[in-house]
Design a protein around this ligand. Structure first.
Ligand code: SAM
Length: 214
């Protein structure tokens, strides 16, 4: 169940960008439903490898502030700075920069080696991996952060500690090509979860935790 908080005063409609039939939106829905193949991974890695050189220059830092708003207006505001944070689909590190304002450490993982090559290495240790099969033990992470990333609900559920949290951001709200609503994320995660969601700037965010832990 998701509680929708009032939008932040900065909230604004995103520009028209990616419609319902955007190929990445279709891949995102399929992956959240458990359909992800080697070909999906190869295609998505090739797409982001090709976009990596221009990725950072084409995006302002402001676009990643929904992540900060999510931390400040959810239960994460009282989390200690030393929680174990895993960022999936970390790309060129634009979200990692915001994460490190709040937390002492983070691990950054991405399928695209080129996206990682364009990320500042001092922000977080980086691993080139497919998030559908994480190289991490069960219950070893306190917080999983995803900004414009494909959701792999079962792997996230596996690596999170029982009272862990999922932070989901779409920087262009419903216009983001890799988009799921807060309710979609809630329904895709295995078991019972509870969460809060809101809007900041052109983005949407949600923070989810297992219902037994609330
Ligand atoms: C839209 S980009 C977002 C990058 C960054 N989070 C941002 O917002 O600037 C999506 C990122 O997710 C990565 N990605 C997609 N599928 C993935 C997977 N299965 N495992 C890990 N990373 C993946 C892509 O390589 C890409 O870097």
């Amino acid at each position: 169940m998701i509680t929708h908080l009032d939008p932040h005063p900065s909230a604004a409609d995103p520009p028209t960008f990616a419609g319902e039939d955007n190929p990445m939106r279709i891949v995102t829905r399929s992956a959240a439903a458990g359909e992800w193949t080697e070909k999906s991974a190869d295609d998505v890695a090739a797409l982001f490898d090709s976009m990596a050189p221009d990725w950072t220059a084409a995006r302002s830092d402001d676009r990643y502030e929904p992540l900060a708003d999510a931390i400040e207006r959810s239960h994460l505001a009282s989390a200690p700075k030393n929680v174990r944070v895993l960022e999936l689909g970390s790309g060129t590190g634009l979200g990692t920069k915001v994460i490190r304002r709040f937390y002492d450490q983070a691990i950054a993982m991405d399928l695209s080696l080129e996206m990682l090559r364009h990320a500042p290495s001092e922000l977080a240790p980086q691993t080139n991996t497919d998030a559908s099969n994480l190289p991490l033990p069960d219950a070893s992470v306190d917080l999983v952060v995803m900004v414009n990333m494909i959701l792999f609900p079962n792997e996230i559920d596996r690596v999170l500690v029982p009272n862990g949290a999922v932070l989901w951001v779409n920087t262009l709200a419903e216009q983001t090509p890799i988009h799921l609503s807060a309710d979609d994320v809630d329904q895709a995660l295995p078991g019972e979860w509870t969460g809060v969601a809101s809007r900041y700037g052109t983005g949407t965010w949600s923070v989810h935790r297992r219902r037994s832990a609330s």
